[in-house]
Write a protein that binds this ligand. Structure first.
Ligand SMILES: Nc1ncnc2c1ncn2[C@@H]1O[C@H](COP(=O)(O)OP(=O)(O)OP(=O)(O)O)[C@@H](O)[C@H]1O
Length: 449
């Protein structure tokens, strides 16, 4: 049954990709036939008196063509503009579809990742049956369905110092729709070096931000943030959460800014930062400081003339594996399977879950747990030790031998908790890999978030 479902899913994906290719071929042929017709005796102007737009284009873009600010001139600019979207996620999806709808002639999409089920609540161009498909490809397919007359280029790679300049070179405007500090600096420096405006967006929880860097003499990202933040202070959607519509709104704003720049209309958001708060439904725009003459990349005497190692520059976040190596000795840890054995043998213990209560509501291990979030543990570890000792005593469990088992989502915060409680004389260990390991190694039906 599961194999049949998977086969069907793959078949849908295959056919959808085929359909998308056919649409692209059809669009190319239609374009060619218009060019051929206007090549010889038959003038392009014969039907609509307009040398610049075809009848199809006039029909499709009519509602924006009649805007005096845009008009035929602006639409022609859009059709000949080239916009690169880096990141085909929560910001990139809405940005891409509005750029395609507006008729931006060439749209590049960079993403190395594949669609996951947890992306679908906000990355609205992907679909259920495209789980496992390249995100860049998925965005191109959805955009082509909307407007097959445009040119969509997929770059299924991680943007890095090695490839950024050669990818960016072919575009006029770049959108930063990514989610990490290293790529922000990389994109900033690459855009300054290549002389391209950078429309930057971000969204987390209920808040979003938007600005345009390196445009019309305004500052670049480095002018405002010369040094990267300490890695441990950076939170992403996977850890902090995000309401899907928030990146949706910011991604739309990114498309809007790109359209304004491409069509040369309105006032771009350079040297200003827009702050959006979904909880109160407020937006605020604040003035930013201008370009810094001492900026190492866009200043008067730039010391940076090529891209650097951005992971190193930002002191990239330690991976789960690094953290495992760095933090606890093996004797202070147990595997998910070892915890399963402990449960099956009915060994008395205290289970300490250091996630937020809201996460406990999503799922929890099949044993009553003391739920103390890691931030509370950090504030007063000794109070927690007293609480655990009281619980052990009231259950008549021997204090020094009975295990205290700490769990979290992926096994990082639990290690921190064990460290904080290390001097307590408790027999304390954490579950390596947390609930993710439990779902992977013990209970395949346990939910993963
Ligand atoms: N250097 C990079 N090159 C290409 N794509 C990148 C780069 N850095 C980030 N991205 C992409 O940017 C997108 C950002 O999307 P988003 O912020 O919605 O988060 P996500 O990584 O998809 O989701 P989650 O954090 O929930 O797993 C991701 O698809 C990610 O793969």
């Amino acid at each position: 049954m599961a194999a049949d479902l998977e086969r069907l899913r793959q078949e849908i994906c295959r056919r959808e990709e085929e359909l998308s290719e056919l649409k692209q071929r059809l669009a190319d042929m239609e374009k060619k036939s218009v060019e051929d017709a206007s090549d010889g005796t038959e003038p392009k102007t014969i039907h609509n008196g307009n040398q610049k737009l075809t009848n199809d284009q006039i029909g499709r873009y009519s509602r924006q063509l009649i805007l005096p600010e845009l008009g035929v001139k602006g639409q022609v600019k859009l059709l000949s503009s080239k916009v690169l979207i880096v990141g085909a996620g929560g910001l990139g999806c809405p940005a891409a579809i509005y750029l395609a709808a507006a008729g931006v002639g060439k749209i590049g999409i960079v993403d190395y990742d594949e669609v996951e089920i947890s992306n679908l609540h906000r990355q609205i161009l992907h679909t259920e049956h495209r789980v496992g498909v390249s995100k860049a490809e998925s965005v191109a397919i959805s955009c082509r369905n909307l407007n097959s007359s445009l040119n969509f280029i997929t770059h299924k790679v991680q943007l890095s110092s090695d490839n950024a300049m050669s990818i960016i070179r072919d575009y006029d405007i770049v959108l930063d729709a990514t989610d990490n500090v290293a790529t922000r600096y990389l994109l900033n420096d690459a855009c300054v070096l290549a002389g391209k405006p950078l429309v930057s967006g971000s969204a987390l929880r209920f808040e979003g931000q938007l600005t345009v860097y390196n445009h019309k003499g305004g500052p670049c990202y480095r002018c405002l943030y010369p040094k990267p933040p300490p890695p441990e202070t950076v939170t992403n959607c996977s850890d902090g959460g995000v309401l899907g519509v928030v990146p949706g709104i910011i991604g739309c704003y990114q498309a809007l800014e790109a359209i304004k720049i491409a069509a040369d209309i309105g006032t771009p958001l350079n040297q200003r930062l827009m702050l959006f708060d979904a909880i109160d439904c407020t937006t605020r725009t604040i003035k930013l400081r201008g370009r810094q003459v001492l900026c190492p990349v866009c200043g008067d005497n730039p010391s940076m003339t090529q891209l650097i190692d951005y992971e190193q520059f930002c002191g990239a976040r330690a991976t789960d594996k690094d953290q495992e190596k760095k933090v606890l000795p093996a004797s202070s840890r147990m595997t998910a399977k070892e915890y399963q054995t402990l449960l099956e043998n009915g060994i008395e213990h205290v289970l300490l879950d250091v996630r937020l209560p809201v996460e406990m509501e999503i799922c929890h291990l099949p044993h009553p747990a003391l739920n103390i979030p890691i931030n509370t543990v950090k504030k007063d570890p000794s109070a927690l030790v007293e609480q655990i000792k009281r619980q052990l005593a009231s259950s008549g469990i021997p204090l020094d031998t009975s295990p205290v088992v700490v769990v979290c989502r992926r096994g990082n915060d639990s290690q921190l908790a064990v460290q904080l409680l290390h001097d307590s004389n408790l027999n304390i260990r954490d579950i390596r890999g947390g609930l993710h390991a439990w779902a992977r190694d013990v209970d395949s039906l346990f939910p993963v978030y």
